[in-house]
Design a protein around this ligand. Structure first.
Ligand code: FAD
Ligand code: NAI
Length: 471
């Protein structure tokens, strides 16, 4: 074995959890190595997740705007078309630039980037199998597991990444399918379904439950579904797919009502399986060390991100909590602060969720139903973008803001925004919740005019005083 000097910390996994943790460790003066097996840094998020999906969402959104709305703005386009290979190339260029950028950041913060698949040998040793067949052992005072997640497979519907694809295949299609079926009306299904619908595919989304995106506020998700339907997405709710096979280049699916009943069939050119993700800890050697996992295969950690082996910590998608890149990053920073003897903490109650469709839907805190289920007496305030001057000026009025607050104290419990740019706008609400603000605090905060953010202020006025100004 080639062996290296003992590090303060070895991080296994170079995704948003792992690489951010490694950078923070370098900044705090710890000696640190980051082990990554996929040949590029940035994890799921950068390589096959957040970043490539947002590139495709942007290109397809601009095309749909040009096709459907430019005329209303008085802009003539002539005959409009797209070059899908060039759209894919723009995405690939963005991803490649960013992964290289992370390599630079690791270097700048004196993090050793070790290329290969890591495995725990003990609580203080990691064996790395390099792509060239070499094996290296790294000794460490502390080890941080950040190996992320993988697609949850659907029994009976085998993924081949060409005809029956996961999000990874859906991000790399060579052409736009004529007909697409998406299984699962969650984040991936709605974002990738939107991409291909905008580019001309007939998209049907099959969802097991009676609602899309179960974590969204009920009122928001109902309005959201109506808007997506208006755009052309079709939904088959309360339906499960029991079988999928490729016959003569077409995908044939067998469906059943979720509550039981007669089987039905559906055909398409490409089927996207997007029913969730599960923790990825294969080959990591957890079993040999007796590291505990819960019933959903998530690594169990205490409030200090520590597993039951005291020198081994875990963060990101492999532990409980929302499977989101920004949550993984926060975990990583807090875990490293704790390892360095400081006081890291992540407040999962204020992690924002953002669905990057058009309109975007962004929310933080409790839904109205969640607040009521907690036994809280709530009041709500709403404001439609139909009454927001900026939305009217730019002709993009789909959506609303809904605020949930405690009735007796006016304290904010949850903020839900559906509009263009909601993902950028949600952060004033995140900050407000972090500071324990009331609806009146937002209502009395001066908001620039004319902005979409004024709708947040108006919804806060409706919550605090029962009356917005402009509605
Ligand atoms: P990952 O990003 O999965 O990184 C783990 C890394 O560890 C991987 O690179 C893997 O190769 C490596 N690894 C695993 N095992 C080993 C080993 N034994 N040795 C060495 N390396 C190993 N989240 C958002 O917040 N916003 C979004 O817009 C968003 N969009 C998404 C779109 C899609 C299509 C998908 C699939 C996900 C999206 N997510 C999004 C979720 C986000 O990607 C994850 O929550 C995030 O990447 C989790 O970070 P992580 O560091 O825990 O794990
Ligand atoms: P998801 O959990 O968001 O949604 C899965 C959907 O599939 C749910 O609505 C669920 O009810 C449904 N479902 C489950 N089993 C089913 C079945 N057998 N048949 C039909 N429907 C079924 O999972 P998704 O979309 O795969 O994304 C995985 C995770 O990746 C997300 O939970 C999120 O954490 C992350 N992500 C985040 C994004 C963002 O922040 N914008 C974008 C994409 C992914």
């Amino acid at each position: 074995y080639a062996s290296a000097a003992e590090k303060d910390l070895v991080v296994i996994g170079g995704g948003p959890g792992g690489y951010v943790a490694a950078i923070k460790a370098g900044q705090l003066g710890l000696s640190v190595a980051c082990v990554e097996g996929r040949g590029a840094l940035g994890g799921t998020c950068l390589n096959v997740g957040c970043i490539p999906s947002k590139a495709l969402l942007n290109s397809s959104h601009m095309y749909a705007e040009a096709k459907n709305h430019f005329a209303a703005y008085g802009i003539k386009t002539g005959e409009l078309s797209y070059d899908f290979a060039a759209i894919q190339k723009q995405k690939d260029t963005a991803v490649a630039g960013l992964t290289k950028g992370i390599e630079g950041l690791l270097k700048k913060n004196k993090v050793d980037y070790v290329k290969g698949w890591g495995k725990l040998v003990s609580g203080t040793e990691v064996e790395v199998a390099g792509a060239d067949g070499s094996t290296t052992r790294l000794k460490a005072k502390n080890i941080l597991l950040a190996t992320g997640s993988e697609v949850t497979p659907l029994p009976g519907v085998p993924i081949d990444e060409e005809k029956i694809v996961s999000s990874t295949g859906a991000l790399a299609l060579k052409s736009v399918p004529k007909e697409m079926v998406v299984i699962g009306a969650g984040y991936i299904g709605l974002e990738m379904g939107s991409v291909y619908q905008r580019l001309g595919a007939k998209v049907t989304v099959v969802e097991f439950l009676d609602n899309i995106v179960p974590s969204m506020d009920a009122e928001m998700r109902k309005a959201f579904q109506r808007i997506l339907e208006k755009q052309g997405l079709k939904f088959k709710m309360g339906t499960k797919v029991t079988k999928g096979e490729v016959v003569g280049g077409r995908v044939k699916l067998t469906l059943e009502p979720a509550k039981g009943g007669a089987a039905d069939s559906l055909e398409c050119d490409v089927c996207l399986v997007a029913i969730g993700r599960r923790p990825f800890t294969k080959g990591l050697g957890l079993e040999a060390l007796g590291i505990k996992k819960d019933a959903r295969e998530r690594v169990e950690v205490d409030s200090h991100f520590r597993t039951n082996v005291p020198s081994v910590y875990a963060i990101g998608d492999i532990i409980p909590g929302p499977m989101l890149a920004h949550k993984a990053e926060e975990d990583g920073v807090a875990a490293v602060e704790i390892i360095a003897g400081k006081h890291g903490h992540v407040n999962y109650a204020t992690v924002p969720s953002i669905c990057y469709t058009h309109p975007e839907v962004a929310y933080v805190g409790l839904t109205e139903d969640e607040a009521k289920a907690k036994g809280l007496e709530v009041k709500t305030g709403k404001f439609s973008f139909m009454a927001n001057s900026r939305a009217r000026a730019v002709g993009d009025t789909d959506g609303m803001v809904k605020i949930v607050a405690e009735k007796s104290t006016d304290k904010l419990l949850g903020v839900h925004i559906m509009s263009a740019n909601a993902g950028e706008m949600i952060h004033e609400a995140v900050l407000a919740l972090e500071y324990g603000a009331t609806a009146e605090d937002i209502a009395r905060t001066c908001h620039g005019h004319p902005t979409l953010s004024e709708a947040v202020k108006e919804a806060a006025l409706a919550t605090a005083f029962g009356k917005p100004i402009h509605m």
